[in-house]
Design a protein around this ligand. Structure first.
Ligand code: ATP
Ligand code: MN
Length: 475
């Protein structure tokens, strides 16, 4: 059986067609707008009510699942080229109009989050999820074409030295009555793995091990952070793409990240035009409700094309601090966190100023102070900055965080000693520096932030099927 997407492209020659789908609307007891998820567009199915039982037609309600059979003919009406003259109608399942939440009208995003199991039946969510699926395909395609191997990093991790954020514990211990050590602490030796384990916050350390044998690898999988930050850019469960490359320095890393982002965006501009046009219109309508000053200067597709066609600005952290120090919002004390000296961690207000006001373009910041970055980043000659890079995007903030990794055993040992990290915890990671160490680099890109940018959605909860956030794991 064909999908609606294919039927809409056929030339109508009264051929008999069959199609399944869900009813969007049923007008005048005659016109069914049917959608099967294959495209934004519905197919119009025309029923002659004299040929059908009244009781059967009553079941053709918004939300019902149907199979229709009939002739594909040129449409008499406006708005579509072809339609089906229905000769057979089968109701898979009707929907009670009194209670079905997704009626054909505008619903708020908040309402739809509470109906996450049904929201994909709206045009907006179907479009977002089709774009998400296409982007995910483009990610795999990009890496495959560029000599990377897809690597599955473990989701349960025993190393707690990654320092990327708060973790979710994995345990089978009886929480009411846990085994205790002599000191009265929970005895994790008795736990399933014989040690403390958590859900992964990043597959990087394991990816490094694999890069040092396969050359270029990437992970693309679920990642968990128990961060209690209720923002429009943070999820407790999200999908992260983490390439890791042997023999790549920081410049190679930045080149790859920029090329990768451009290439996957190019893919959806080419393959998801209908959905992106729809999302662009949706965004324009939403913008109209905002004050002039907050409206975006570019439409969604223009924004995507802008990113695809323009070089990202690359500046060091030190240069960024100078710009921020002398910026209007800093001088007028408009920033919540004022930039006073070198070494300050950048807040999202600063990142957004650089990207949205100052450069009006994606920005790669690199060479950050060692103090505000993770232990594994390579120390520069100056002894105080590390070969880190973050990519900042308009409307999103940080979309990529990456670095050249410290490949020198002595420097790495020194670093973890200063930080008070237990060397034994990292024995296998240190082995990678003992046996055949080499310059290598990688980055992590939050897939949902990419989908947010691609679809123009303001809240990250609306670009993942079933969002996990503090106090919310209903579905
Ligand atoms: P942020 O400062 O925005 O919290 P981070 O510095 O914690 O990000 P990294 O640890 O570098 O981020 O993770 C790599 C990428 O993963 C980020 O650039 C971002 O795209 C994404 N990311 C990080 N935390 C989250 C989250 N809680 N939800 C969704 N994506 C995230
Ligand atoms: Mn974070």
């Amino acid at each position: 059986m064909k999908h609606i997407k294919e039927l809409l492209k056929e030339s109508p020659e009264e051929q008999i067609v069959e199609v399944n789908g869900w009813v969007k609307t049923f007008r005048s007891n005659r016109f069914i707008a049917l959608n099967d998820g294959s495209t934004l567009h519905n197919i119009q199915c025309v029923v002659d009510f004299e040929n059908f039982d009244e009781a059967l037609l009553k079941q053709v309600a918004t939300g019902a699942a149907l199979k229709v059979k009939g002739k594909l003919v040129a449409s008499q009406g406006r708005g579509q080229a072809v339609e089906i003259q229905v000769s057979e109608l089968h109701i898979h399942g009707t929907a009670d109009a009194e209670t079905y939440p997704i009626q054909p009208k505008k619903h708020s995003m908040e309402f739809l989050r509470e109906q996450a199991h049904l929201r994909v039946r709206t045009n907006t969510f179907a479009a977002i999820m089709r774009v998400r699926s296409a982007l995910s395909f483009a990610v795999h395609q990009y890496f495959r074409q560029n000599g990377f191997y897809y690597m599955h990093a473990p989701i349960i991790t025993g190393s707690d030295a990654e320092g990327a954020g708060e973790m979710f514990r994995v345990t089978t211990l009886d929480l009411k009555n846990p085994p205790l050590t002599e000191e009265g602490e929970v005895d994790f030796k008795e736990d399933f793995f014989g040690k403390e384990t958590n859900l992964t916050v990043s597959g990087q350390l394991e990816a490094e091990a694999y890069a040092m044998g396969l050359g270029k690898v990437y992970t693309f999988g679920p990642t968990f952070r128990a961060e209690n930050s209720n923002t429009s850019r943070h999820l407790a469960e999200f999908w992260m793409i983490e390439p890791e490359m042997a023999f790549f320095d920081l410049n190679d890393n930045m080149d790859l990240a920029e090329d990768f982002i451009k290439e996957v965006l190019r893919y959806i501009v080419e393959h998801c035009a209908e959905d992106l046009n729809f999302l662009e219109k949706r965004l324009l309508d939403e913008e109209k409700t905002k004050p002039q000053a907050e409206r975006s200067e570019l439409s969604l597709l223009d924004k995507l094309k802008f990113v695809i066609d323009n070089q990202f600005v690359r500046i060091t952290y030190t240069e960024a601090i100078e710009i921020l120090k002398n910026s209007k919002p800093n001088k007028k004390k408009k920033f919540q966190y004022l930039i006073e000296e070198w070494g300050a961690d950048l807040q999202s207000e600063h990142e957004r100023f650089l990207v949205e006001k100052h450069f009006k373009c994606p920005v790669i910041l690199y060479d950050y102070p060692a103090k505000i970055k993770a232990f594994y980043m390579r120390l520069n000659e100056d002894g105080k900055t590390v070969r880190a890079m973050d990519i900042l995007f308009p409307g999103i903030g940080e979309i990529v965080g990456g670095s050249q990794r410290e490949e020198r055993l002595d420097v790495l040992l020194e670093k973890i000693k200063t930080l008070g990290i237990d060397e034994k915890e990292l024995w296998w990671y240190l082995d990678l520096r003992k046996y055949g160490t080499a310059v290598h680099s990688g980055f992590g890109l939050g897939f949902e932030r990419l989908v947010q940018f691609a679809t123009g959605m303001g809240n990250i909860r609306d670009v993942i099927p079933f969002p996990r956030t503090p106090q919310n794991a209903e579905f």
